[in-house]
Design a protein around this ligand. Structure first.
Ligand SMILES: Cc1cc2nc3c(=O)[nH]c(=O)nc-3n(C[C@H](O)[C@H](O)[C@H](O)COP(=O)(O)OP(=O)(O)OC[C@H]3O[C@@H](n4cnc5c(N)ncnc54)[C@H](O)[C@@H]3O)c2cc1C
Ligand code: SF4
Length: 482
């Protein structure tokens, strides 16, 4: 029989790894930690040789009910860090207080200030490149110098000094000793020079700690509970079902698979699996007169906050704008101009809108195959759509900086690749599943980490907040550093 563990962690992505990092800093020398990961190691060498980031087909793990809508996930050691783009924005203070400030959506049970120091720590660990100025309050600057703007970014920064910033990103701007310099090739799903932070290149040492046993190819099926305590985890390895017990159980399997595991386990809170959401991504392609683009030093070079915070959030969603500085990064079939000598007088802007989650967007357990998560998405809210309808007005404002010749087109992205909601956090057990420290309201030795806890989307990229929340949860459990 397997010995009892002090801590059993499920998953090896950002949520689990940042929690484990902090846990090991504080835990005694004799603790026993078991980490169960469904996928393989899929080393960088394996990824490059096979030209894919995971040896498991993610489509085999989900039953997507919504044609045209995509959900990206990368099973295996390091989770989505293998394929993410490395954008590391903090949320804005107003994102945490949508209801009390603007009368819409829901409040988070925590505020920006609760996470501020944790944001700083994560930025140090990820070796984030970022600007010296910032749209949100911060006590520490990013550790690496910012990436070079593209020419459109330079014009936007000159015209809107408090509204346009260099990209905050875990894609290195200078060689770090661990990672190469980002060269804006734009194939970040499989970064050839390892420029972006991944769990493999930045945090794998925690899995080599003598207190930690990492077991790969272990698909967790259920968490067992009894007498108000979560006490065991059941999983399948090499075709056999195994069971381990633990004093503390930490679920970090993502916003798709956290609710899936809880529902398979028989957890019954009505909000488990509900309020699945992402930002609404809309891309605009613009021809510019005499301005060369795609010359920033990283794939996404600028961030616009002009339409983010403000009273408009009472009526429609906030927007963060990103400048794409590589024509090859996404499925942009209109990235280049065909006129001689003008191929790069074109800019692609991404508009990311926050969304108010709906109970109708769900993750459930597939009836045909309980190992598969059934995903249903009924669409974005009218709140997000009303904001997207403002794009022509936003472009009018941007034309004060950019010589826009014509709008080539706009398109709704099939995914923001930022899966959120489904095990929401809050102070009231009737309207949330986990508390402000991501501890299950009823089972106090069970933590559910990651973006599944998000009560609302923000336009910001989610993963810096996912990682900061894991430090916040660990600090609450273990007490502050001495
Ligand atoms: C293409 C792409 C680009 C992205 N770019 C950005 C970006 O630029 N900026 C940003 O902020 N975010 C980005 N994201 C989102 C980001 O990847 C997620 O927010 C982040 O990975 C969430 O971390 P996590 O640890 O909660 O989940 P994951 O990274 O998904 O990790 C979950 C882990 O749990 C394991 N697991 C799942 N189910 C089980 C099970 N049953 N048993 C055992 N193990 C299990 C998985 O194998 C995985 O290791 C991107 C995502 C994608 C797909
Ligand atoms: S742009 Fe190129 S170098 Fe930079 S992170 Fe992406 S793949 Fe790596």
């Amino acid at each position: 029989m397997s010995p009892n563990h002090d801590l059993v962690i499920i998953g090896t992505g950002f949520a689990s790894s940042f929690f484990l990092m902090r846990y090991l800093e504080r835990a005694p020398k004799n603790v026993k930690v078991l980490v169960l990961e469904r996928g393989n190691e899929d080393t960088k060498a394996w990824q490059l040789a096979n030209r894919r980031h995971t040896s498991i087909d993610p489509d085999d793990l989900m039953d997507n009910q919504t044609p045209g809508k995509e959900w990206y996930t990368s099973p295996g050691f390091g989770g989505n860090s293998k394929c993410w783009m490395g954008g590391t924005t903090r949320m804005m203070p107003g994102d945490f207080k949508l209801k009390s400030r603007y009368g819409v959506g829901f409040d988070w049970p925590i505020a920006y200030d609760d996470l501020e120091s944790h944001y700083g720590t994560v930025e140090q660990v990820m070796l984030v490149s970022g600007p010296s100025d910032s749209p949100m309050p911060r006590t520490r600057q990013a550790p690496l110098v910012p990436h070079r703007f593209s020419d459109p970014d330079i014009l936007l920064k000159q015209r809107f000094p408090d509204g346009w910033y260099q990209m905050s990103t875990a894609r290195a701007s200078v060689a770090t000793g661990q990672r190469g310099i980002c060269c804006a090739s734009g194939i970040c799903g499989l970064c050839p020079v390892d420029a972006k932070f991944t769990i493999q290149n930045g945090l794998s040492k925690i899995y080599q700690d003598a207190r930690v046993t990492l077991r790969l190819r272990c698909e967790v099926q259920t968490v067992e509970t009894a007498a108000g305590v979560a006490h065991a985890v059941n999983f399948v390895h090499a075709g056999s079902v195994e069971r381990v017990t633990g004093d503390l159980i930490v679920l970090g399997a993502s916003a798709l698979f956290n609710p899936h595991i809880l529902l398979r386990s028989g957890f019954t809170h009505p909000l488990i699996g509900r309020r699945l959401h992402e930002q609404m991504p809309v891309y605009a392609t613009l021809d510019l007169k005499g301005v060369k683009c795609y010359n920033g030093s990283t794939v996404l070079s600028g961030l616009g906050y002009l339409f983010y915070e403000g009273e408009h959030r009472r009526d429609h969603a906030a927007c963060m704008i990103e400048t794409w500085s590589s024509p090859f990064a996404y499925r942009f079939d209109d990235a280049l101009r065909l006129e001689r000598g003008r191929w790069n007088e074109r800019v692609i802007l991404g508009f990311l809108f926050d969304d108010i989650p709906s109970d109708d967007n769900t993750v459930t357990v597939s009836r045909g195959n309980p190992s598969v998560a059934r995903v249903n998405f009924s669409g974005y809210s009218e709140y997000a759509q009303r904001a997207a309808d403002q794009i022509p007005r936003m472009l009018d404002t941007l034309s004060q900086a950019l010589p826009i010749e014509r709008l080539v087109g706009t398109s709704l992205g099939t995914t923001a690749a930022h899966i959120q909601g489904t095990v929401v956090m809050g102070d009231d057990p009737a309207t949330s599943v986990v508390d402000r420290h991501l501890v299950h309201h009823q089972y106090r030795n069970l933590l559910v980490l990651g973006a599944s806890a998000y009560p609302t989307a923000s336009p910001a990229y989610p993963t810096l907040t996912v990682s900061a929340l894991s430090l916040w949860a660990a600090d609450h459990l273990l007490g502050p550093a001495t």
